[in-house]
Design a protein around this ligand. Structure first.
Ligand code: FE2
Ligand code: FE2
Length: 344
């Protein structure tokens, strides 16, 4: 089984971009350097002190027990585990590259902000390295320097980078803690020792999310007004759809862990959505039955899309239907933040 997963296959898979593939980002570094964060300086300094404590400096260590357990993985879960490792490693590495580049490019003009990004790059490098070592157990490795040079970089204005990274860090936190808590109750479903590390790991992601929360709050102009509200709705929905469509695929890692993938995704989305109401002026109305129906419709169309295997003629009408269903979801009335407080 391991022999069938040669290195070229991994490189090939990473090259096959889909709507749901993790991406690499770049931004307007000059605009980030010019941000005035003085309104939240005390919070930034407190956050930096947290980062500097470096709670997880010794956490990501593999011992013999880890390696023995990793070697004994049930062959039926290998392919799923490899897929999870590739995807997660690429995401962590993408975060590392972006944070490191922002830190490097702004350090002379905005040292406090640069330091925060440097600390987060340190954490993401550690996460990516740890995942890559687990890939080596399968005789596989992501060539990170190849990826750095050959991946396409998507440009986003700083505002959109902040919306996206804030949501991605928070969703990462809720995903990992939900898996950890589930496996605490059902250790028999822990198919790989990596999941034992999720509790401390997700605290890193939570701190990163808090850093972006402070950053966004220091720039109230990025959160106010009709146009920003429309963009925030767009980002909230994009994250929601990306996670739900990925997780609703059959034979996924979550069912291997004994989770109901659909319920798990909805639980994580609920928590992330409510959490984001602490920063964003609005959140999605996930409890609206029309929302749930729309999500399921999108997930079903996405599955049909996967079955077309690149056949453009079959793909186009499905893409149009998916777009239409997503638009209907976008137009559903969101909840404003005070309503979000009440739901909480
Ligand atoms: Fe991370
Ligand atoms: Fe992170």
């Amino acid at each position: 089984m391991v022999d069938s997963l040669k290195k070229p296959d991994v490189a090939q898979r990473v090259k096959q971009e889909t709507l749901l593939t993790p991406r690499f980002y770049t931004t307007d570094f000059d605009a980030v350097a010019k941000l005035d964060i003085s309104a939240m300086e005390a919070d930034f300094r407190a956050m930096l002190a947290e980062f500097e404590t470096d709670y997880n400096r010794e956490h990501f260590q593999r011992d013999e027990a880890f390696e023995a357990e990793a070697r004994q993985i049930d062959p039926q879960w290998r392919e799923l585990m490899v897929e999870f490792l590739e995807r997660s490693c690429t995401s962590e590495f993408s975060g590392f590259l972006l944070y490191k580049e922002i830190s490097r490019r702004i350090k002379d003009r905005n040292p406090l902000l640069a330091e925060g990004f440097k600390m987060m790059a340190r954490d993401e490098a550690r996460h990516a390295g740890f995942l890559n070592k687990s890939m080596a157990d399968f005789d596989l490795a992501l060539d990170l320097s190849f990826l750095t040079k050959n991946k396409k970089y998507t440009y986003f204005k700083p505002k959109f980078i902040f919306y996206a990274t804030y949501l991605s860090e928070k969703i990462g936190y809720w995903r990992y803690i939900a898996i950890f808590r589930h496996l605490e109750k059902h250790p028999e479903n822990r198919i790989h020792p990596l999941f034992k590390f999720f509790k401390n790991w997700c605290q890193d992601e939570n701190r990163h999310g808090d850093f972006f929360a402070i950053l966004l709050k220091s720039q109230p102009d990025l959160l106010k007004g009709v146009v920003n509200r429309l963009w925030i709705r767009f980002f909230l929905l994009s994250f929601c759809l990306t996670m739900y469509l990925n997780d609703r695929k059959p034979d996924n890692l979550y069912s291997a862990l004994g989770l109901d993938a659909g319920e798990y995704a909805l639980d994580v989305l609920h928590k992330t959505n409510l959490d984001s109401g602490k920063v964003f002026p609005l959140i999605l109305d996930l409890d609206n039955p029309a929302f749930r129906r729309g999500l399921d419709a999108c997930a079903d169309i996405n599955l049909q899309l996967e079955q077309t295997k690149g056949n453009k003629l079959a793909k186009l009408p499905l893409m149009a239907r998916l777009g239409f269903e997503a638009l209907k979801l976008y137009l559903l009335k969101p909840l404003t933040a005070p309503q979000a407080e009440m739901v909480r």
